[in-house]
Structures are given as C-alpha cells and as structure tokens.
Design a protein around this ligand. Structure first.
Ligand SMILES: Nc1ncnc2c1ncn2[C@@H]1O[C@H](COP(=O)(O)OP(=O)(O)O)[C@@H](O)[C@H]1O
Ligand SMILES: [Mg+2]
Length: 481
C-alpha cells in the first residue's frame, strides 16, 4: 500500500488507522463476539472433561470406597492377620502398582502393602489424598501420580487404598493444553478477522467520507463511489447520489431563476426610472406628473405581480407546501375559476364551454390550483382571436383527475412546447400582448407539487393543455367506506 514515492502520507495515515480501528464499532462488536466465542470454547472444554475423565474419576473413587468398606469388614471379623492376608492376596493378583494398598500401625510403620511408606501428605485426618510415588529402584523414571483414601481402623491401625492415576492426569494435562491452545487460537483468529473485516468496512466508509468532503468543498458534480458489489454500502451510495443529483438540479434551477430575475426585472425597472427622471427634467407640470405617476404605479404593480408569481412558483417547486395539504374539492375550484373567466371570454368575443364532473377531490393546495387554472384560462382568452372557442373539461379518468383547457387560437409549435414552460419564456408572436412568461411555469410547478403532470398538445387548431392529477383515494371510490 505504501508507495515508495509517497512522502509523509503513509506515516501520517498509519497511526490514525490503528486508532480508528479500535474506535470503530464494527471492531468492538468483533471483539465482543470473539470473547463470547472464547467463553463457549472454554465451556466445551469443561464439558468434554466432565463427560469423560470426570466420570472415570468418580467411578474410581466409588470402587476405592467399596474396597475400603470390604477390608474394614474383614478386619472387624478376622483382625489384623485377616486384613494383612487379604491385602497380600490382592497385591499378588495385580501386576505392577495399578492398585495401591498399605496397612500400618498407629506410628505409620508399614505392616503390609505395596507402598514403601505412608505418604507424608496423608498423615493428617483420614480422607482423600493425592501424592507422587518415586520408584526406589528406578529413581530416573517419572514419579507416578496416585489418588488414595486413608482410613483409621479400630485399634489405631491405618489403612490406605489407592489407584495409580498417572495416565489420567496425563490425559487431563493434554485436554487442558488443547483447550488453552484452542482458546488462544480463537482469540487470535477473532481479533485478526475482526481487524481485517473492520479495515475493509473502514476503507469503504473512508472513501465515502472523502467523497462527501470533496462535495462539501464545492465539487457538486462529484458522486459517492459505488463498488458494484450491490451491498448495503452501494445502496447507500446510490441513495446519496440520487440525493446529490436532486440537489444539483435544484441548485442549477435556482441559479437560472436568479439569472432570469436579474435579467428580466432590470429592463422594466430602468425604464420606469428613466421615465421619472425625464419627467423631472422637463417643465413642472401637474397634469404630466399625474400621468407619469399613474404609469409608474401600473408598472410597479406589474413588477409586484411578477415577483409574486416567482414566489408562488418557488414555493410550489420546493414541495414544502405538501405538509399543509388538505382535501380540495376540485370540482368547486374549477367551477369558481370558470365563473370568474366566463364574462372575460365573452368580452373577448369567444364562446366558452365547460364540462365539470362532480365530486373531484384530491389532497392539495386549493389556492395554487385556482391560480394555475386561472393562468390557463387567461392564456386561452388572451391568445385566441375573437370568434374563437375556449373549452374546459374536468373529469375522472382511470383514477386520475384530468383538467383540459383547449382553445382554437394559434397554438404553440411542437418545438416550443417544452420551452414555454420555463420562466420568462414568451413566444415571439406574443410580444404584443401583456404578460411576464411565468404563467405556464406556475401551472407546471403546481401540477408537480400535486404529484401530477402537464401536457401541451395540438388542438387542431389551437392549444390543448392537459393537467393530470392523481385523485384522492376516497374520491376514486366513494363507496369504499
Ligand atoms: N393558449 C395559448 N395559445 C397560444 N400560445 C400560448 C398559449 N398559452 C401560452 N402560449 C405561449 O406560451 C407563452 C408562455 O405562456 P405564459 O407562461 O402563460 O406566459 P405569458 O402568458 O405571460 O406570456 C406565451 O407567451 C405564449 O407565447
Ligand atoms: Mg400566461
């Protein structure tokens, strides 16, 4: 990893890596898991021991106890000679020193048995003892391990019965060593594996952090790295990238709006200013002043309404208004707009047709919906020559509310139908009519605010604008409840 050309970077990165590893929760979880696993390994060791050697040990103890009981019984019935005879008989029957016997007097002096002397550790109270036997002839050999029970007979004599447990304690040592080895191996593997896995995770997170830092530093076009593994990191990166796309779009949109505003408002404002200036430079004349002031008020009103339209569009586009959505009686809103525009269309010498279905409803913003429809009717009336036809249809189609505003005017050429939805775009043919070019922008923003869409079509002749909005679930099936 450390490239030879790298200057201080590798050194600078090394130490934080170790610290980051320890600080990472993934690594801590691995350690915890390793600990639990080590505990279970230890548990298995204890169980294996208890289930094998433990059973053997307790069986041996049982036989020793039975043997002592038998010998004591013999002593009680036949006295010391009887006991010594049995002991000698038993020793003669077993080869080697697998079974141990010793009878002594009260001073621990041996009377019979296959042990040279009474073990020193067994000179206290009678009970269980474990001791080593060093063979007198072969002092080089490993001493034997023995476990025995001592017993005080009536009359002060002592009896010891035991077994050679060398083999057993060797196996026990083996098991203990194996279990300890497994334990150490478990911990080592666990920690190493944890470090490995954690480092991989940290690397992925680190590369995301670097991406985020670069974006934060102003490189808005940068995206989170996607490894192609389609794991949760990739899904997170994809979500973040989608979010960044959206942010980039919004920022670009905002920049465009600001540019537009600066560009399109400067003209009217400087015209207004120079007219006032010119008037002031001329002869004082109250009548002229009045005219110019009236004009100024009109233009200021227009500027204000442009600003308001811009604000409405911005609000609709932000989507924040969705929080305040309430059920809107769309049929009512459409009827209200038509009521307002019907006289205007008649004044313009147009025939006005409406066809409004009852019970149209959706969760939405009534005032903005009203404003959007008003903009559409305003356009239709404004751009359709006298003698023409304006038609509004509102109905439910496949669970969607469709509001269609059609006219018989000049229409919009197919090539311009996308463009006219942008802010301040007005077609060349419309330069002579008043307007700011914001009407359709608002309609689009309002449609999208309601999760709907806007389609411009050819009405042959004229323009047909179709606003498609998802209806409220209850309105689509009123009998459902
Ligand atoms: N019904 C229509 N018929 C013909 N052209 C239209 C119609 N509606 C809109 N347009 C064209 O689209 C442009 C943008 O419309 P709009 O955003 O409402 O702005 P404005 O009406 O203020 O000019 C208009 O300037 C006009 O050129
Ligand atoms: Mg308009």
């Amino acid at each position: 990893m450390g490239q030879p050309s790298g200057d201080i970077e590798p050194v600078a990165q090394q130490r934080p890596t170790a610290r980051r590893l320890l600080a990472s929760s993934a690594f801590r979880y691995t350690l915890l898991y390793t600990l639990l696993f080590a505990l279970s390994v230890a548990g298995v060791g204890v169980y294996v021991y208890a289930a094998t050697l433990g059973v053997v040990a307790s069986q041996t103890d049982d036989t020793i106890m039975t043997e002592i009981a038998g010998l004591e019984e013999r002593y009680r019935r036949q006295g010391l000679p009887g006991l010594v005879a049995v002991v000698q008989d038993r020793i003669a029957r077993v080869t080697g020193r697998r079974n141990l016997y010793l009878v002594t007097d009260a001073g621990f002096r041996p009377l019979a048995g296959n042990l040279e002397r009474w073990p020193e550790s067994a000179q206290g109270e009678p009970g269980w003892v474990e001791f080593l036997i060093q063979d007198a002839e072969a002092t080089e050999a490993e001493p034997l391990v023995a476990r025995a029970r001592t017993f005080e007979l009536v009359g002060g004599f002592r009896l010891l019965v035991g077994r050679d447990t060398t083999e057993r304690s060797e196996v026990r040592t083996l098991i203990t060593e194996a279990a300890l080895g497994a334990l150490v191996l478990t911990v080592l593997l666990g920690v190493a594996g944890g470090a490995l896995v954690t480092r991989r995770l940290l690397n992925r997170i680190e590369s995301m952090n670097r991406g985020a830092a670069a974006i934060l530093a102003g490189d808005l076009s940068r995206r989170m790295p996607v490894s192609g593994a389609d794991d949760e990191f990739d899904r997170l990166a994809a979500e973040l990238n989608a979010m960044l796309d959206q942010i980039e779009r919004l920022v670009a949109g905002m920049r465009q709006v600001t540019d537009n505003v600066a560009h399109d408002m400067r003209g009217p404002l400087s015209r207004l200013r120079s007219r006032v200036e010119v008037t002031l430079m001329g002869e004082p004349d109250v009548a002229a002043y009045r005219t110019v002031l009236k004009q100024t008020i009109n233009e200021a009103d227009q500027l204000l309404s442009t600003f308001n339209a811009l604000l409405d569009i911005a609000q609709a586009e932000s989507g924040a208004l969705r929080q305040g959505f309430a059920t809107v009686d769309v049929s009512r809103v459409v009827a209200d707009v038509c009521e307002l525009y019907e006289p205007l269309s008649e004044d313009a010498g147009l025939t006005f047709h409406t066809e409004i279905a009852d019970g149209l409803a959706l969760p939405g913003h009534a005032q903005l919906l009203f404003q959007a429809l008003a903009n559409l009717l305003d356009n239709a009336i404004k751009y359709t020559p006298a003698g023409g036809l304006v038609r509004l249809v509102a109905r439910l189609t496949d669970g969607e509310i469709q509001i269609v505003v059609a006219d018989s005017g000049p229409g919009i050429p197919a090539a311009d139908r996308d463009r006219v939805l942008d802010r301040f775009v007005r077609l060349e043919a419309s330069r002579s009519t008043p307007g700011s070019g914001l009407g359709l922008s608002l309609v689009k923003a309002v449609a999208e605010l309601h999760h709907g869409s806007l389609v411009l079509e050819d009405n042959e002749p004229g323009l047909r604008v179709r606003v498609i909005l998802p209806a409220a679930a209850t309105a689509a099936s009123p009998e459902a409840t």
